[in-house]
Design a binder for this molecule. Structure first.
Ligand SMILES: Nc1ncnc2c1ncn2[C@@H]1O[C@H](COP(=O)(O)OP(=O)(O)OP(=O)(O)O)[C@@H](O)[C@H]1O
Ligand SMILES: [Mg+2]
Ligand SMILES: [Zn+2]
Length: 673
């Protein structure tokens, strides 16, 4: 990819893909001339294509941006023909009016209502005062204040704008037509698709002069939009009715977004160019291109719902957006396949990836500021047979819980773990499948023991959060900075505590064990099923039993279980007996209360909200050391550990059912019997 301006070396397909990427970037720059990320990408593409003329324009734009004259930069690029993908009314959006447009239009609307004798001057004044600081439309407000009837307003608007008016309550709308626009978008724009006729879509709007809404719908559906007026209240009602209850939440989100205008922005990455922050202004504002707005909407929605991952997935005939919330995937929307390239490219630009590279997996990072919260998105793209799949892991520092006592430990396990992390040397291993909360437990442990008088060093892949006063190192296999290499160089830096993100090979395990035996506390993770079998894993890797037995301090296995939603939690009568078949050890409780979630808005009607960690903690006692030394079978180690107080993952999880924190179904889902 590095061979610059060697035109002849491109295949027609590669060339086409570069041209397409350039077109998308031009779109982004056109909407936001100070989008330096897009400009930088353009520079790279035009260099590759050897297009000196456009390269010159881009370089001039970048130079004038650096000199603080973004307007000139925009002009030089925007003078090129508008890209065709903007949809039927693309031209309307290109002429984005300044924000003052709306109040001005409303004044005139008010004056005209007075001129036609529909309201009095005094009523208009009162309505304008009431409207200040709200997002209400003047017309609807006048109706609500009983100065004007809905019918009169509608026929007035219809005459004013020369568009027909309709009464939504009398219409029977085809569900296929409703599907043309996702609920979120309809809610945000306050529009409703009413009828499709070939290439034309009739769209009910309260304000048919809202060119941005027209543009977004045209862009999304690729249809010609024919607006009709309907009352705001009836549109809202119809949206609620036809799209289900998802509306309110999005409306809340949008109003919050508007209040937070200027508050949501993407910060630059670590890279030198992006090091100057403010690379992307991520605003839900009028001057963004539709693809940018749509992507922002997805990102903000994910944050608001507390999602941990966003999946953008191409399939043969469709494109799908899913969120992982509390460990479970939910389908969010299915934008048209046509928008796949635009949305994927937008994410790649934000993450500072090579948008022309579609055949190799890439990793990057987006830093976003939302409501004074810094949120990181770890982005990874992967070519699949139907196109590039993008997954974004959301790393929200604010929601990061670093208090060991709040993660879900039972008192006995917490005491054991607390004792181990305060030992001057030895090895602590945390085990569990992907996404089971291992990093969170590790970070909480580090946070607990962190103090100015100890040197803590970490090798991670990737570094997920910056911990104050901790020396963190990013592992990078490509340049030979492996876990093993990092660990080796750490040992020359006089650490007290060493965290090794993952022990996945013999070499790393050997050095980690050596470090643990030479005066360092080593914390690391592995992927095994439970505590006792972790011993066997180390032996299988090739570490001699005497080293394993003397280095290990404690093993901790964990899972995450969803909590019963605290907003709709209700008790029902149960019996401790009913838990016995699942491995519960009876405590003579008899009749007990179990809890379940009825389902409410907060939990998206799933009855579950938030998660709690389930732990299995095995301190390596003298007896267990002896067993390891003798190469005893895993079952024997488990038996001795249980006799010394260890409770299995399943048993601890069932305890959480008795405490009303989670449900039996959830326990069976996340733990093995
Ligand atoms: N005790 C907990 N209670 C509630 N949520 C948790 C808890 N621990 C972790 N989480 C959440 O679960 C998600 C995954 O956690 P984490 O990254 O720590 O898992 P992991 O095992 O390190 O994953 P990976 O295998 O990808 O490294 C995060 O969104 C985190 O905020
Ligand atoms: Mg992790
Ligand atoms: Zn609920």
């Amino acid at each position: 990819m590095a061979q610059a301006s060697d035109k002849a070396s491109f295949s027609a397909e590669e060339r086409q893909s570069l041209v397409e990427s350039a077109r998308l970037c031009e779109m982004i720059v056109e909407a936001n001339p100070s989008d330096t990320g897009a400009l930088e990408t353009l520079k790279e593409i035009y260099t590759k294509l050897g297009d000196r003329e456009r390269l010159g324009q881009v370089v001039r734009s970048m130079a004038s941006l650096a000199g603080g004259r973004p307007a000139a930069a925009g002009a030089s690029i925007a003078s090129r023909p508008p890209p065709s993908a903007r949809g039927a009314s693309g031209a309307a959006a290109a002429g984005n009016a300044p924000p003052e447009r709306r109040p001005g239009a409303m004044w005139r609307l008010g004056d005209r209502l007075v001129a036609e004798g529909l309201v009095t001057g005094e009523q208009l004044q009162r309505a304008l005062v009431a409207q200040k600081g709200t997002r209400d439309k003047l017309g609807s407000l006048l109706v609500r204040m009983n100065y004007l009837t809905e019918d009169k307003l509608l026929s007035f608007l219809s005459r004013q704008y020369s568009v027909p008016s309709i009464t939504l309550s009398q219409l029977d709308i085809d569900p296929e037509v409703i599907k043309l626009i996702p609920g979120q978008l309809a809610e945000r724009l306050q529009v409703l698709p009413v009828k499709r006729n070939g290439n034309a879509l009739t769209l009910a709007m309260a304000d048919p002069t809202n060119v941005l809404a027209l543009d977004d719908v045209a862009f999304f559906t690729n249809l010609q939009i024919q607006p009709v007026v309907a009352s705001e209240a009836s549109i809202r009602q119809a949206i609620d009715h036809l799209y289900g209850n998802q509306g309110d939440r999005v409306a809340d989100m949008m109003s919050e977004l508007e209040e937070a205008e200027g508050d949501v922005q993407v910060l630059g990455g670590e890279d030198e160019f992006l090091g100057k922050t403010d690379v992307f202004e991520l605003k839900e504002s009028a001057d963004e291109a539709p693809v940018v707005r749509l992507m922002n909407m997805v990102l903000v929605d994910a944050i608001r719902r507390g999602a941990s991952d966003i999946h953008l997935e191409p399939y043969e005939k469709m494109f799908r957006v899913r969120f992982r919330i509390d460990g479970v995937l939910h389908e969010i929307m299915g934008p048209p396949k046509r928008l796949e390239a635009a949305l994927t490219s937008r994410v790649k630009i934000m993450a500072n990836l090579d948008i022309a590279e579609r055949r190799l997996p890439q990793d990057g990072r987006i830093k976003l500021r939302y409501h004074q919260r810094d949120i990181d998105f770890r982005v990874s793209t992967l070519p699949t047979i139907f196109g590039e799949k993008t997954v974004m892991r959301i790393l929200d520092k604010e929601s990061l819980q670093l208090d060991l006592t709040k993660l879900g430990f039972d008192p006995w396990s917490l005491e054991q773990f607390n004792r181990a992390i305060r030992c001057p040397y030895g090895m602590i291993m945390i085990t569990g499948p992907t996404g089971s909360g291992k990093t969170t437990t590790l970070y909480s442990a580090i946070n607990t023991i962190n103090s100015p008088d100890i040197n803590i060093m970490t090798a991670e892949d990737p570094v997920e959060y910056n911990l104050k006063g901790v020396n963190q190192l990013q592992v990078n296999d490509e340049i030979g900075r492996t876990f093993a290499a990092a660990l080796r160089s750490f040992l020359r830096q006089d650490p007290d505590v060493v965290l090794v993100g993952e022990t996945r090979d013999l070499e790393t395990a050997q050095i980690a064990i050596r470090a643990a035996l030479t005066g360092h506390l080593v914390l690391t993770t592995v992927h095994t099923n439970d505590c006792p079998s972790t011993v066997a894993r180390l032996l299988d890797m090739g570490i001699p039993p005497f080293l394993v037995s003397s280095a290990l301090l404690l093993i901790l296995a964990q899972r995450l279980a969803r909590r019963v939603c605290s907003d709709c939690k209700e008790p029902y009568e149960g019996d401790e007996e009913s838990l016995l078949p699942y491995g519960h050890v009876p405590e003579g409780l008899g009749k007990v209360a179990f809890y379940r979630g009825k389902g409410c808005q907060t939990c998206n009607f799933t009855g579950m909200k938030g998660r709690v960690a389930i732990y299995e903690v095995m301190p390596v006692s003298q007896e267990i050391r002896d067993l390891i030394l003798r190469n005893a079978p895993t079952a024997e180690i488990r038996e001795v550990a249980q006799s010394q107080g260890m409770r299995s993952l399943r048993q601890n999880a069932l305890q959480k059912v008795l405490e009303g924190v989670t449900t039996v179904d959830e326990v069976l889902r996340v733990t093995l019997g």
